[in-house]
Design a protein around this ligand. Sequence first.
Ligand code: ZN
Ligand code: ZN
Length: 414
Amino acid sequence: MALDLDAIYTDLHRHPELSFQETRTAGVIAQRLTELGIEFEEGVGRTGLAAVIRNDDHAAVEGERGPVVWLRADMDGLPVEERTGLAYASTARGIDPHGLAVPVMHACGHDMHVTALLGALERLVATTDEWRGTVVAVFQPAEEYGAGSQAMIADGVLDRFPRPDIVLGQHVTPLPAGTIGMRPGTQMAASDGLRVTLLGRGGHGSRPHSTIDPVVMAAATVMRLQTVVSRETDPRDVAVVTVGSIHAGLKNNIIPAEAVLELSLRYPDDEARARVLEKVERIVRAEAQASGAEEEPVIRVDHSLPPTINDDEATARLSAAFARAFGEDTVIDPGMFTGSEDVSWFAREAGVPLVFWFWGGVDPQVYADAVASGSIERDIPTNHSPFFAPLLQPTLDNGVTNLVTAAREFLGRR
Ligand code: ZN
Ligand code: ZN
């Protein structure tokens, strides 16, 4: 029986799970893979799965194997309270790594990625008489931590399954449905997650002079960090410094002993990375000193993602295949995205090309109206927004067809 992809998607959307907690999601995937008769292993990189379609019989007789194509989908949701108003909106809650109860939402569309990959596997299994080679489907956990692909690699995914000749992946994005965004070279930025602990001296809120106030230190640091990009980065270069979380104190009349800032830094390459990190560190230390801190701030890199670099040749080949399949106007160069991905670890580790593309999930009319009224930033919710809601169809079908078209381009023919 054919998979009901719409139902799988809305079910996953209703039941998002935080990074490395995707056990229910993995269960849904396992059940569908079983129905499709596809071999797979669970628990790869904690909550990940890898599935294999071997379709090499003839080639094996001839003593040569067909190409091995890896298709990757990430699985995790985010600590965001969904406000889309959709009938299948999430009301799920989870426990984050700090032990806090948080709302959970598929605010990045990874439910769409999982469902599209299941749909693609269904079609590839049904057409094995048309292609030759091996398809490995990688359902990766914890992309949002930037840790899932490395967890799978550490768990031997490259050795326990046929090694890739190419790694392919896709991300749903606020482009008009029917559009594919891809470019050779740097497609997404490198990124670091920094945790900065500012150490002050706590005390009574009525006696600030007897303390070293980390709240004021944090406030000054956050403001000064804005100048890394605005005053210290060449306007022609890309860099992002975001302070996404700031935590200090529990009560109005207690000056706390420390403040914690969590930063997200983005850049196109290692050179820019070194430059930005040096400036951030300088400012953090100098602001602590300006506050009279007696202890140096603690700066820790929580995670580090390489830039997502699309292989020139494979990207040209795939973009031509997409244009042939869907029309010349379908494929656009969206420029480099300042978002980051951990998909490229698979390709880097295996030493093979990667192609990662974006596909549109916005009603084309809504998108066109927003362009006409100059209100894209306001009216088209982006990934990670509580309003992010890809148009279910044709986005899901497009996601399936993209993957099948891409896989078939790099698989052998019969
Ligand atoms: Zn995301
Ligand atoms: Zn994502």
